[in-house]
Write a protein that binds this ligand. Sequence first.
Ligand SMILES: Cc1cc2nc3c(=O)[nH]c(=O)nc-3n(C[C@H](O)[C@H](O)[C@H](O)COP(=O)(O)OP(=O)(O)OC[C@H]3O[C@@H](n4cnc5c(N)ncnc54)[C@H](O)[C@@H]3O)c2cc1C
Ligand SMILES: NC(=O)c1ccc[n+]([C@@H]2O[C@H](COP(=O)([O-])OP(=O)(O)OC[C@H]3O[C@@H](n4cnc5c(N)ncnc54)[C@H](O)[C@@H]3O)[C@@H](O)[C@H]2O)c1
Length: 472
Amino acid sequence: MKTKNYDITIIGSGPGGYRAAVLATLRGKKTAIIENQTWGGTCLNRGCVPKKDWHETAKWIEQSRHFEKRGVVGMALTGDMTQAWQHQHKVVETVRASYVDYLKRLGVHLYNGTGCFLDPRHIQIQSAAGLAEIHTETSVIATGSVPSLPQGITTVPGKALTSDMLYDDGVPSGDRVIMVGGGVIGTEFAYIFTQLGKQVEWLTHAPPLAHTRYSPQAKDTLKAALAALNIHPQAGFRIARIETTTAGVTVFDDLGKSVQGDWLLLATGRHAFTEGLGLENTNVTLDDRGFVRTNTMLETEEPGIYAIGDAVGPIMNANQALSDAQIVIHNLLSAEKQERDPLWVPELVYSAVELARIGMDDDAAEDLGFEPAVGFAAFETSPRALGQDDSVGFVRLLADMDSGELLGGEIVGRDAGELIHLLAGNGNRDEALRKIVETRVNHPSRAEELVNAAETLAARWGLEERIFGATD
Ligand SMILES: Cc1cc2nc3c(=O)[nH]c(=O)nc-3n(C[C@H](O)[C@H](O)[C@H](O)COP(=O)(O)OP(=O)(O)OC[C@H]3O[C@@H](n4cnc5c(N)ncnc54)[C@H](O)[C@@H]3O)c2cc1C
Ligand SMILES: NC(=O)c1ccc[n+]([C@@H]2O[C@H](COP(=O)([O-])OP(=O)(O)OC[C@H]3O[C@@H](n4cnc5c(N)ncnc54)[C@H](O)[C@@H]3O)[C@@H](O)[C@H]2O)c1
């Protein structure tokens, strides 16, 4: 068997692996990427991309309730989840084909198969075609994550599924869906499924998003938006056991309560996936939660092997995986090293309202000795939001009371996922609020509320000079 040589080999083609492969090749490195499922990883095939496709459809259905008063008459829109599945599937296939095409055009060597370290510089690739072996100077572990199930619970195709199974296998028959989990997936899917025509029994242990850094005001806004659509989480339910029959599924908690439905979606977390990677043939180690142990520059304990994205955790989103890929490729090619700073990577939730946040929350700012000044602007009087019949939400900025440095920000409402980029620039955060108030805006737009929030903050907390500049 002839061994091929690479400068950089990436295992896993999710957003982390794909981005690392693109950046390494654009910067002149001979690069290989290995994938044992569908190209594009969780995010493209079973996560962000199909989920956002569905979220868009859900929003249309929700907004169609305003159509008549807007002068759009003669339509009664309802959701069809099976057709919605077909739609996301086409989008995903199109994106996947373009990803693979781009990688090939760049000259990345693509391997379909499972990568396994034989030693720190040799990787075996096992595929239907047989075994191959490559030599590589450096490698990036980008193997992502898989769903976690509570103890004693197993999946049953068509009856008790994870989000991976839902996107891989299609929508089971039956409209009565039980959803377990009050994390990000539960919070997003409870909304999406309901708009797509399902009757959802949403069982959560803690209140939705309890373990996230969104402000109480953001969580309250979300709760009210969900309640307005008659979506109510049933908190205090810890799933202990399930029974499935051809007719459906019954879910039991540890106090003996039971709920029946046609099928069940288990959204009870995810964990890093490193099985079969041959880490025992390297010095790479895992922490006690199963994440690959790295330093802040994403170097593992084995020189020359890096790890990124969900495999490193603990924050598991595509934005973090993309940011990690940039850091690793930069550090591989530059003497000046960059460090991971998860705080300044945007986090999003796409539910009955969009929630976006970046930077510190109030508690973290105070713990670090800052005195947070808050700037607030609501969308309820935004001409753009009112014209869209979608004026729920706000912009909330946090700055240091002495210096005016931007400490963090939160945007709740339509397009929050786009607007958050105005706070995510890598520039000097001392100057961030001044840059916002100096931005030449499009009117009417939602972005204007960021300017309003920054101006409010300046005026309320005596930071006019820092934020508007000195007056003569
Ligand atoms: C339902 C859902 C919705 C989501 N929505 C969002 C969202 O809106 N925004 C957001 O930012 N994040 C979202 N996420 C999270 C996001 O999908 C993940 O954080 C992201 O995909 C992680 O990227 P990654 O590159 O680390 O790994 P992954 O995308 O998980 O990719 C890892 C790849 O490695 C492959 N692999 C594993 N082991 C091997 C091996 N030994 N050899 C070869 N290949 C291997 C796997 O098959 C997989 O394709 C969502 C997740 C889910 C489940
Ligand atoms: N927009 C995004 O960025 C996005 C979207 C979806 C998923 N993701 C990521 O994917 C990962 C998986 O999402 P998730 O929502 O499954 O995980 P999560 O960790 O956000 O939430 C898991 C939920 O399951 C609950 N749970 C666990 N065991 C339970 C039990 N026995 N009974 C009842 N409830 C139980 C927990 O209380 C928690 O609410 C997360 O890291 C998430 O951040 C990100």
